[in-house]
Design a protein around this ligand. Sequence first.
Ligand SMILES: Nc1ncnc2c1ncn2[C@@H]1O[C@H](COP(=O)(O)OP(=O)(O)O)[C@@H](O)[C@H]1O
Ligand SMILES: [Mg+2]
Length: 399
Amino acid sequence: MNKPIGVLIVEDSEDDALLLLRELRRGGYEPVCERVETHEALKAALENGRWDIVISDYVLPGFSGLAALNILKESGQDLPFIIVSGNIGEDIAVAAMKAGAHDYIIKGNLTRLVPAVERELREADVRHEKQRAEEELKVERQRAEKALKEANETLERCVAERTAKLAQSEAELQRSNSDLQQFAYIASHDLQSPLRNVEGFVKLLARRYKGQLDAKADEFILHISNGVKDMQMLIRDILEYSKVDSGGKMFASVDMSLCVNKAISNLRAEIDEKNAEITHNETLPVVYGDAIQLTGLLQNLIGNAIKFSQEQPKVHISWKREGNRAVFTIQDNGIGMDMKDTDKIFAVFHRLHSKSEYPGTGIGLAICKKIVERHGGLIWVESEGEKGSTFYFTLPMKE
Ligand SMILES: Nc1ncnc2c1ncn2[C@@H]1O[C@H](COP(=O)(O)OP(=O)(O)O)[C@@H](O)[C@H]1O
Ligand SMILES: [Mg+2]
């Protein structure tokens, strides 16, 4: 059975067209054909039909093979275009091929027609297959790009939403923190004056009536004045804690050896009482911070090292440089602590010992943490139980 083929013939001679068709039939094809001989007719045929090949004469009255080739190109269809013509000479044939014709056959020798058609159909198939694959690849790529773009947009939106939420909750946290600190500041500040009144009158009571009432009354008076002292200490510490952020000084160069000396001199009474030995590296660095707060930090840590000990306290302060920060250590030979408690002790009011064993409010290390954090540093502790504790903190160094 012959293979069907859609042939569009551009030819003014009906006879020549019939010859072509006969040749194709002989070659095993069953042509479905239309013959056109004008510009408009070719255009219309290309628009309306589905063709496998165009076979065109080279010269027609008022039309030409090259003009037909142009129309085919403009139509956007990639069909094999074979010129079948009288002898037009090699130069013109070459020019026609350069213009895009696929082959050139002389009317007097149609035996080449069928092989040429076969070859061109095959090549057109390959071309179309390639175009289809490229087209599919393009669509696939566009789809992937679109999916990627959408995924990116979703991700960016999520990140932006989260960042906004975080910023909002951070701002809220900061606001409520500073509200709380302000409240603590005002409350503790305002408590001082009535407490001073109580202190004054208890002292008066003790001075005037000690020994004149019964023994119980003297004991009660003692309890009241001890309570007043505890409360004063507590209020002083809360006040100090609430002032770390708002009451701090501007940062400047701070010579840490001056801070250590000042802290030691502030702790003179405690040091003498327990005959404590405080040593430090020969030189201590210059850091960037608030000298008063850094003195307070050292005083708290050295004070604890002296307080939480049962033998003669030995405290050593040293430091080392790590990049652009200084890491300080304060090592003692005191009672030490369980490693499971080392995080908790920096929280406000958290103590590992009762007030009767070791006096205190449990605020000192919370103040230390706040001071170190205000300086952009870290604070932590390590302990090997009975062998004592080592507190570490970091501070930015002056460039
Ligand atoms: N050098 C230390 N050795 C052992 N325990 C310590 C040391 N420093 C602090 N601690 C423990 O951490 C707790 C919290 O310390 P701190 O906040 O300074 O409160 P305070 O000194 O008022 O008790 C202390 O009660 C104590 O249990
Ligand atoms: Mg303390």
